[in-house]
Ligand binder design. Structure first.
Ligand SMILES: Cc1cc2nc3c(=O)[nH]c(=O)nc-3n(C[C@H](O)[C@H](O)[C@H](O)COP(=O)(O)O)c2cc1C
Length: 259
């Protein structure tokens, strides 16, 4: 194929990015020119517009939030037009389940004018706790993602654009991930500002990093990036969910692909 390969992702703690890039690596055998489209930070999402066309391929990587596509990403994707291009949803979830996040993204992309002949769900370390999906995607996950990309390339090279039928339900489960749970800042904070710098919502005041706006989506980018472990959700409802996950969701789950 001669078109563009757009690797589009929203990835506050980087697992979706790693996985989407691995899928794109598998697709590289199509010999397309790759373009990195990082929608993680607010300025990149605001006014986002990208029009693709026949012969182009988009890999769309994103975390599963409460069994759904993160709302901020769904909103940004209103600026994406397919015009007959191919899109491949790549959902990354924290070893609990991806529920309806793949069918929802397949629907968003089909609605935007894409053919969706393949979709995959992969595992990443859970945003809320390092003890669930620890250090994933690991080497085996990356290998599976590259192999998935290669399988998609083979399907496209054969001219087969038949729609994938990912696991999931319609209507989708209710979206319950936009309650404002903000992280707290402990005395270990040195005001280095890394948390404000990595926040995808611009929710942390760079002039006073203890001030976190209610537009926080609990993505945990700040928690995972803080060099002093001074940003935490301990004592908030997010911490309760983390404990539930540590009790019930540690058995290793494997990638699931649909094509
Ligand atoms: C608000 C929120 C809700 C989440 N909901 C789920 C979920 O329903 N199922 C699951 O397995 N993981 C869930 N996760 C975990 C993320 O999907 C997972 O950690 C993913 O790897 C994060 O992607 P990123 O590194 O690209 O940010 C959730 C994470 C957040 C922040």
């Amino acid at each position: 194929m001669t078109g563009k390969l757009a690797v589009i992702y929203f990835s506050p703690t980087h697992t979706s990015r790693t996985t989407a890039l691995a899928v794109a690596e598998g697709l590289a055998e199509l010999g397309m020119e790759a373009q990195d489209v990082d929608l993680t930070m607010a300025p990149a999402r605001e006014g986002f517009a990208l029009e693709l066309g026949e012969g182009d391929v988009a890999v769309v990587g994103y975390p599963v939030y409460a069994g759904r596509v993160p709302r901020v990403l769904a909103e940004a994707l209103a600026g994406l037009a397919g015009e007959g291009a191919v899109a491949v949803p790549v959902a990354v979830y924290g070893n609990r389940d991806f529920d309806d996040a793949l069918v929802e993204m397949a629907d968003i992309l089909a609605e935007a004018g894409f053919a969706v002949p393949a979709a995959g769900a992969f595992v990443g370390e859970h945003s809320f706790t390092r003890l669930v999906g620890t250090d994933r995607p690991d080497a085996a996950d990356v290998e599976a993602a590259v192999a998935f990309g290669a399988a998609v390339a083979a399907k496209l090279a054969a001219g087969d654009l038949s729609a994938a039928e990912p696991r999931g339900n319609r209507p989708y489960t209710d979206y319950q991930a936009d309650l404002p749970f903000m992280p707290v800042t402990t005395d270990a904070c040195t005001d280095c500002g890394v948390c404000a710098h990595v926040c995808p919502m611009g929710a942390i005041d760079p002039a006073d990093v203890r001030r976190v706006d209610e537009c926080c989506i609990s993505c945990c980018a700040c928690v995972k990036a803080c060099p002093e472990a001074a940003k935490t959700f301990e004592g908030t409802p997010v911490d309760g969910v983390a404990h539930m996950l540590q009790e019930n969701c540690v058995a290793r789950r494997e990638p699931e692909t649909f094509l």
